[in-house]
Write a protein that binds this ligand. Structure first.
Ligand SMILES: Nc1ncnc2c1ncn2[C@@H]1O[C@H](COP(=O)(O)OP(=O)(O)OP(=O)(O)O)[C@@H](O)[C@H]1O
Ligand SMILES: O=C(O)C1=C[C@@H](O)[C@@H](O)[C@H](O)C1
Ligand SMILES: [Mg+2]
Length: 181
């Protein structure tokens, strides 16, 4: 745990970062940021359009700039894009600037939750299950590398997930204060 007072949520698309993050922010009385949403607001277009015009690399450049900007703030909850941990610069910024929570759940659950969604370009493929399995294989070690805490957001009710994150954050904060005194 670091002194920076922030909570960041990481994990694959559809695990519930935005949903859970909003509730954590409300409980903390901190502002909530969703890096995907802020990118859309500042570019004036949606993520599928950014992918279509600039490719994944173009989107990742915008994402890196946004993570850098948002990790400069104190006292926020941030839901990050599912691929934000791919770049080492982002992992470093997240790890050093906040309490990082890795939300995970089964691929079946993610597929169920995202089946009507058209806003996730990486899932617009013949076989989204296989795509998610491939993404998980690459990303799970990176999510784990960044995370201070990992929790299953598929089996537990949202309320329990939020409560557990708040408890873990408080415990980490107290440990940090005790170590510093
Ligand atoms: N605990 C939960 N129980 C049931 N449904 C949930 C839960 N958390 C999220 N969902 C639903 O799953 C879908 C995906 O959730 P959400 O958008 O929060 O995921 P995300 O991790 O932010 O995804 P992305 O990385 O693509 O932005 C939404 O339709 C949301 O309502
Ligand atoms: O998993 C990913 O790489 C992505 C997840 C979303 O949050 C968006 O950031 C975008 O669709 C890419
Ligand atoms: Mg989201």
């Amino acid at each position: 745990m670091k002194p920076a007072p922030n909570i960041y949520l990481i994990g694959l698309m559809g695990v519930g970062k935005t949903t859970i993050g909003k509730q954590v922010a409300k409980a903390m009385q901190w502002p909530f940021y969703d890096s995907d949403k802020v990118i859309e607001e500042t570019t004036g277009t949606d993520i599928p359009t950014i992918f279509a015009y600039e490719g994944e690399e173009g989107f990742r450049n915008r994402e890196q700039a946004m993570i850098r900007q948002l990790t400069g703030l104190d006292g926020i909850v941030m839901a990050t894009g599912g691929g934000s941990i791919l770049r080492p610069e982002n992992r470093e910024a997240l790890k050093t600037r906040g309490f990082v929570v890795y939300l995970h759940c089964s691929i079946d659950k993610i597929l169920h939750r995202t089946k009507h969604d058209t806003q996730r370009p990486l899932l617009r493929t013949e076989n989204p299950r296989q795509r998610l399995q491939e993404l998980f294989a690459i990303r799970d070690p990176l999510y784990r590398e960044c995370a201070d805490f990992r929790i299953d957001s598929g089996m537990l009710p949202g309320k329990t997930v939020v409560k557990t994150i708040l408890q873990q954050y408080q415990a980490a904060l107290e440990n940090h204060e005790r170590a510093a005194s």
